[in-house]
Design a protein around this ligand. Structure first.
Ligand code: ZN
Length: 407
């Protein structure tokens, strides 16, 4: 018989954009995760803690040390459930939750759709390690800055009238500025030489701030991004001119569809995505690490197309009894996310979910009761919970949990 509730050991990776040492929430949570032997080195950046069963950074069952995927394969019907197995045709968890701690811009990126992903995977399996798409959501745990989707055509048309940006427009002027014009602009920014990008950034800095209208922030950000990468990095111009710049507060969320352009800039977030690790990078990374400009620009989608469209709304979760649970439900079959927030002496009951869930305690302490058995909860504790399991959470002094699930 498999345990329905299993405490997990998960690990953190060390991309250079991560927050340093104990400034990194992902590192702090990981160092509090029992069984990991993880010690924070103050000179190392820690970027992402992964909590799914993707082979690159898998999760292990704390009690037995087994790879969680091996346990799921053995007991799939009772842990994953027939509905989810039939829908996805495998016994894996169809989503991958992560905690990200971001000190500087992540590569400017998009995650290819299913058709392209399976093509890339069969052509180059070492670069594209699965045939799946990777739409994702990011829920802010702190102040969070991100570039996400494109500005409205109206705003783009206005900004691209600025003299330093006109070289990126098509030479044959069309009467309207549409998505084809935008595609041309993005592509010419991507292929522009290092010198041309540096020249553009200098010329933009030399303009009076009023010329940018409501986008005056562009002049604040050029020096900041140039310091993080370089003023010759194509990512600066693309992100600042064509993309929405969002500043979110804890609890706010964004949704990135497959093929959607994005670059996260700073903050701590819970991210969840379809089970995939495919990415096309173009900026905010060394030129040698960039994927093909043609591939990137031919894959681009034009949603979202203004800042509002990037936001993923939340709502009270109806199947939690005490109103302490918020639902984030992106338009996807792979997952939704719950945020459970308990104050002093509060409790919450989450009714049975129709598929497996994974949760992490991001703050506080408490207990989880399942079938009469009590599990201790504390910051950095991570659990897998099998299908059809009622969960009763309780806290004396406050508890915050993020739970990803599918059904
Ligand atoms: Zn991404």
């Amino acid at each position: 018989m498999a345990e329905k509730v299993m405490q997990l050991k998960c690990y953190c990776n060390q991309y250079p954009w991560g927050k340093q040492g104990s400034n990194s929430l992902s590192a702090r949570l990981c160092s509090n995760t029992p069984g990991t032997d993880f010690k924070i080195d103050e000179n190392t950046p820690y970027s992402e803690m992964w909590m799914g069963t993707y082979p690159e950074l898998p999760s292990y069952v704390l009690e037995t040390g087994e790879d969680l995927q091996d346990v799921l394969d053995k007991h799939a019907p009772v842990l994953i459930g027939k509905n989810v197995i039939d829908r996805f045709n495998h016994t894996k968890i169809p989503y991958l939750p992560k905690v990200l701690s971001i000190a500087k811009a992540l590569p400017l990126q998009l995650h290819p759709n299913k058709t392209l992903a399976s093509e890339l995977h069969s052509r180059s399996p070492s670069d594209y390690t699965d045939p799946n798409h990777k739409p994702e959501i990011a829920v802010a745990l702190s102040d969070f800055e991100a570039f996400c989707g494109f500005k409205s055509l109206e705003d783009l048309k206005r900004l691209l009238q600025l003299p330093p940006l006109q070289p990126f427009l098509p030479t044959v002027k069309k009467p309207i500025f549409d998505d084809q014009t935008l595609k041309h602009v993005v592509k010419s920014m991507l292929v522009a030489s290092a010198e041309a990008i540096a020249r553009t950034n200098d010329a933009l800095m030399a303009l009076p701030r009023e010329d940018f209208g409501k986008d005056g922030y562009i002049q604040d950000m050029i020096p900041r991004l140039s310091e993080q990468y370089d003023k010759t990095d194509n990512g600066t111009v693309i992100a600042l001119i064509t993309m929405n710049y969002l500043r979110l507060k804890a609890g706010d969320a964004i949704y990135i569809p497959a093929d959607g352009i994005h670059a996260y800039l700073s903050g701590d977030i819970i991210e969840c995505m379809a089970r995939s690790n495919n990415v096309l990078n173009t900026g905010f990374c060394p030129r040698a690490d960039r994927d093909s400009v043609d591939l990137f620009s031919s894959t681009l989608t034009f949603t979202p197309h203004d800042a509002e469209e990037c936001i993923l709304p939340s709502e009270p979760f109806k199947r939690a009894k005490n109103g302490k649970t918020t639902l984030y439900a992106p338009p996807l079959t792979e997952f939704s996310m719950l945020a459970i927030d308990l104050g002093q002496e509060e409790n919450e009951t989450v009714e049975k979910l129709g598929g497996p869930s994974i949760f992490i305690v991001t703050k506080g302490e408490g207990t989880l009761k399942v079938d009469g058995k009590e599990h201790k909860l504390s910051e950095g504790y991570i659990f897998f919970v099998g299908v059809d399991t009622k969960m009763e959470f309780r806290s004396e002094n406050g508890l915050q949990i993020f739970l990803a699930f599918v059904e």
